[in-house]
Design a protein around this ligand. Sequence first.
Ligand SMILES: Nc1ncnc2c1ncn2[C@@H]1O[C@H](COP(=O)(O)OP(=O)(O)OP(=O)(O)O)[C@@H](O)[C@H]1O
Ligand SMILES: [Mg+2]
Length: 463
Amino acid sequence: MTSAMPPSTKSKVLIVDDDHYTRTLLDRLIGKSADVRLAADGAEARKLFTAEDFNLVLMDQRLPADNGIELLREFRARRPRLVSILMTGYADVREAVAAVREGVFDYLNKPFEDLETLEAVIGKALELDRAYREIDDLRARLGDGTPAVIGRSPAMEQMLGQVRQVAGLDTTVLLEGESGTGKDVVAKLIHAWSPRAAKPFMEVNCGALPESLLESLLFGYEKGAFTGASVASAGYFEKANGGNLFLDEIADMSPKLQSNLLRVLQDHQCMRIGSTQPRQADFRLICATNRALAGEVKAGRFREDLFYRINVVAVRLPPLRERAGDVILLATHFLEHFNAKFGKSCGPLTPAAVRMLEAAQWPGNVRELQHCIERAVALHPGGPIDTMHLCPGDVPPAVGAAQSETTSGPAAYEEARALFERDYLKCILDAAGGNVSEAARLSGIPRQNLYVRMKRWGVVTDQ
Ligand SMILES: Nc1ncnc2c1ncn2[C@@H]1O[C@H](COP(=O)(O)OP(=O)(O)OP(=O)(O)O)[C@@H](O)[C@H]1O
Ligand SMILES: [Mg+2]
């Protein structure tokens, strides 16, 4: 995927602070890797913000004639997805936490004590901006109905490169990958990128249908061929008619249908059930499986000759845990998608949430991430998404520990966490119509545990 702002382009960062020392320190720290502009007050900041497109704004909370939080609000009104960091004194932490709830990415306490943390927070903020821009770019290019296949990790780039090459050829493609890795979307992408794109895309899940139904669906039938065949019907082999045929879960096809399919692939012809008249079958075959087909052949469950016919070009879809960098991109995409779908404005992801999502193992791959974000948006009233709103599978214990440490001071983090927890509990109880057992089911938190937490926050009063 190409980005609106290629990775080689330096990020643009606006630093607004009336303190000369802070401006110089930040300029030295990030000036090597980013294109930095400095403003000493609100008026200068407004002028620069109007003239240029910034990837990140670092804003002092107290400016000579302005309030940094209000200035960021003004900037966000002009560019809703502006990624910003507030720089604040310890005395102003309460306001800074509120600003984060409003959509500021994070806040940093001044004076800066730990430059590594500072760099890490800035790095994460820039990553979020990149994700927003890539999604805008993608959306702009997807007006033509091409499915959104998001990913810029090396594993995805390599896979998409392979897909781009084979899409234009009339060769059979076998998509292999764990469940939820995107085999369906990639099959549709191959269709969209192929010269057959204007023709039909026929899709069937071989594992979801009984043998006889799958056979009649693929081959079609003549009137009276079996009980209930009151009119003749063309099968998918015919209906594909110059387009692409996608056989999902091909490993689940019965031995009888495997041999029938082999014949169709050899002859480029098929016969409807109840007919002896061969018909032209002009389709390009795309197959998918979440089991290694070679292993199925070895185990005697899949015909070897059919395997060789299908396995002309095999494309492996990498599991999400091998796609460093894609998790946040996908999470941001799903956040936008479900915000639009549910009419909400949840987000951005807090730095702790970003760390949690990045560290999770995602055994259910992209589908699991999608469900995780869908659930967070559905249950959250709005505002930043924090760790407690998320429920990724298999988060390693080390990350659990990392969540309790914060980039901006433990006290502030605990305070923010408490506010989020209270809101979350209220919201989930609302969603469950006031029923704690239902709320427990929705949230995945054991009922007793949920009840204790709700009681602690005064969300429920008695059992
Ligand atoms: N790269 C991606 N970009 C955007 N959405 C994706 C991507 N990969 C997967 N998805 C989304 O994740 C969900 C699961 O993807 P998909 O159904 O294609 O997986 P699959 O590999 O076919 O899974 P299964 O083996 O269970 O059939 C879908 O909603 C799909 O739109
Ligand atoms: Mg699938």
